[in-house]
Design a protein around this ligand. Structure first.
Ligand code: SF4
Length: 199
C-alpha cells in the first residue's frame, strides 16, 4: 500500500480520499499563510489569536495550547512572548497556581482577529453549493474519521460529542445530557464550548 502512488490510488478510493484531504489541508495552510503574511503574523501566531478569541480562559493556557497545536510548550511560550510584544495579547496569572497563566486578547488583538478570521471562507464557500444531504453525508464521514483518528492517538485534542461525558447513544439516537436534547447529525459538535472529556 502506498497512498501517494497514482497506480495504487486508481484502484483504491481510500487512497484517493487521503490525497483529496491532503489537497484541502494544503489549501487551508496556503490561505492561513497568506493571511498571516499580509498581517505580519506567522501561521501559528494567527491560529493562536483565533483560538483565544473563541475559547474559554481555562483552555488559553500554555499546556492546553501546546496540545491543541501539536507543538512544544517552549514554542507556545515564544509565540506568546512575540504576540505580547506586538500588544495583541496579555497574560493574567492564575491566583491559585501562580506558575500558570491564562492569555487574553487586547483590543488591538480583537481587531486583528476580526480582520483576519474570514480567511477560510474560500474553502467554506463551495460547500454552500452542496445539497443538504451531500453536506450531511460529508460531515458524518468526517466525524467518523476524526473519531477513529482520535482513538488511534493521531488527533490529540478533541472537543466533539463522541468524546464528551454528556454524550449518550443507543441504536435509535444520539443525545446530549447537558443540553437535554437529541442530537441529529447536524447537531453533533466538533468544537463544543461545554465539552468535558469522558473518563
Ligand atoms: S456538551 Fe457539547 S460536546 Fe458534549 S454532548 Fe453536549 S453538545 Fe456534544
Amino acid at each position: 500500500m502506498n497512498t501517494f502512488d497514482p497506480n495504487y490510488q486508481s484502484k483504491n478510493i481510500e487512497g484517493k480520499i487521503v490525497v483529496a484531504l491532503e489537497r484541502i489541508s494544503k489549501a487551508f495552510r496556503v490561505l492561513l499563510w497568506q493571511e498571516g503574511k499580509a498581517n505580519a503574523l506567522t501561521p501559528l501566531q494567527l491560529q493562536l489569536l483565533l483560538f483565544l478569541k473563541f475559547h474559554s480562559p481555562h483552555k488559553c493556557k500554555v499546556n492546553y495550547l501546546a496540545k491543541e497545536f501539536n507543538v512544544t510548550k517552549a514554542t507556545i511560550s515564544e509565540t506568546v512572548r512575540l504576540l505580547s510584544k506586538k500588544a495583541y495579547i496579555f497574560k493574567e496569572t492564575d491566583p491559585i497556581d501562580t506558575r500558570s497563566y491564562s492569555i487574553y486578547l487586547t483590543d488591538k488583538g480583537k481587531q486583528i482577529v476580526t480582520k483576519t478570521s474570514s480567511f477560510a471562507g474560500a474553502i467554506e464557500k463551495p460547500i454552500h453549493t452542496f445539497t443538504e444531504s451531500q453536506k450531511e453525508v460529508l460531515f458524518q464521514s468526517l466525524l467518523e474519521l476524526i473519531e477513529k483518528l482520535n482513538k488511534a492517538g493521531i488527533i490529540t485534542v478533541q472537543r466533539m460529542c463522541f468524546s464528551c461525558r454528556f454524550y449518550q447513544s443507543d441504536e435509535k439516537q444520539d443525545y446530549c445530557r447537558l443540553l437535554q436534547k437529541p442530537l441529529r447529525t447536524n447537531d453533533i459538535r466538533i468544537d463544543c464550548p461545554e465539552h468535558e472529556t469522558a473518563v
